[in-house]
Design a protein around this ligand. Structure first.
Ligand code: C2E
Ligand code: CA
Ligand code: CA
Ligand code: CA
Length: 274
């Protein structure tokens, strides 16, 4: 038992070194990927299953690295957030997503994930406005997804920024909703269009009683506030049935489609084969 402390220490330093090394590897490779234009945007369809229509897309980063293989954005975005890289990546995402909007035949909105740094910098609306003019797109066809936790980090600043964005005419959705502890009183002050229920609440429906309750409550609350509500990450018919029962008809999830490369996304249509 005496040696346990030391072993634990060695174990931790080794683990720490691995983490630091991995972070550096990813940071370096990401820098290279950016300069070589190796990042790609996939687009995941959002549907209204009641109307049986495609209602939009979410732009999602994909990175296949020559050495590291596929690296998930859930892994590299938080690493990029710790350096200037995130600003370059964010600019790249915005420009390419807006180019995609301008190239669509069917006019549906495309959502862009706003990074923490981008939001903190307070420059989102300026950047978006320039790009919307540059590509001559209807601002209504651009939706910004901002996580609940970024909004809650500095509520007063968030409200100001959201108003700036609204002024331009873009739509705003609160992403990962349910994970960030916002209270009703704040929610009423955020000028947003949509609440996006986080996948963590949807994935265990109908088996997890808490998740069933929480999701039902979020849907009811959104309706009371006059907001749209969309469920992220629905994979099963049971989940769709639950959402239908609760009159939440907007869904983004594997049940309908995974994120798709640009050309496939463009051709995607709602089919009634399910
Ligand atoms: P997010 O914004 O919450 O995006 C939704 C994630 O859920 C995506 O993961 C999507 O592929 C996944 N998803 C959607 N439906 C299903 C489903 O039915 N089942 C399962 N298992 N997953 C589903 P992805 O693409 O791996 O992205 C992970 C996170 O990385 C995103 O979470 C977002 O926080 C971040 N991210 C991705 N692209 C960007 C980007 O362009 N900019 C920024 N700042 N962050 C991004
Ligand atoms: Ca999102
Ligand atoms: Ca500003
Ligand atoms: Ca989420």
């Amino acid at each position: 038992a005496k040696n346990n402390g030391k072993n634990t220490f060695n174990f931790f330093t080794q683990e720490l070194n691995d983490t630091v090394k991995e972070r550096l590897d990813i940071e370096l490779a990401l820098t290279k990927a950016l300069s070589q234009d190796k990042l790609e945007l996939y687009y995941q369809p959002k549907v209204d299953f009641h109307k049986q229509q495609l209602v939009g897309y979410e732009a999602l980063l994909r990175w296949m690295d020559d050495d590291l293989g596929f690296v998930s954005p859930a892994k590299f975005i938080p690493i990029a957030e710790q350096s200037h890289l995130i600003l370059e990546i964010s600019d790249w995402v915005m420009e390419n997503a807006i180019k995609f909007v301008s190239s669509l035949d069917n006019k549906v909105p495309v959502s862009i994930n706003i990074s923490a740094r981008q939001f903190e910098s307070g420059t989102c609306s300026e950047t978006i406005e320039l790009l919307i003019k540059k590509y001559n797109v209807d601002p209504n066809l651009v939706e910004l997804e901002i996580t609940e936790s970024y909004l809650m980090a500095d509520v007063e600043d968030a409200i100001l920024q959201l108003h700036e964005m609204k002024q331009i005419g873009v739509q705003i959705s609160i992403d990962d909703f349910g994970t960030g502890y916002s209270s009703l009183s704040y929610l009423k002050r955020f000028p947003v269009n949509t609440l996006k229920i986080d996948r963590s609440f949807i994935q265990d429906i109908p088996h997890d009683v808490n998740d069933v309750e929480i999701t039902g409550a979020i849907i009811a609350m959104a309706k009371k506030l006059g907001l749209e509500v969309i469920a992220e990450g629905a994979e099963t018919k049971e989940q769709i049935d639950f959402l239908q029962l609760n009159e939440c008809y907007l869904v983004q999830g594997y049940f309908y489609s995974k994120p798709l490369p640009e050309h496939a996304a463009r051709q995607w249509q709602f089919t009634n084969l399910k």
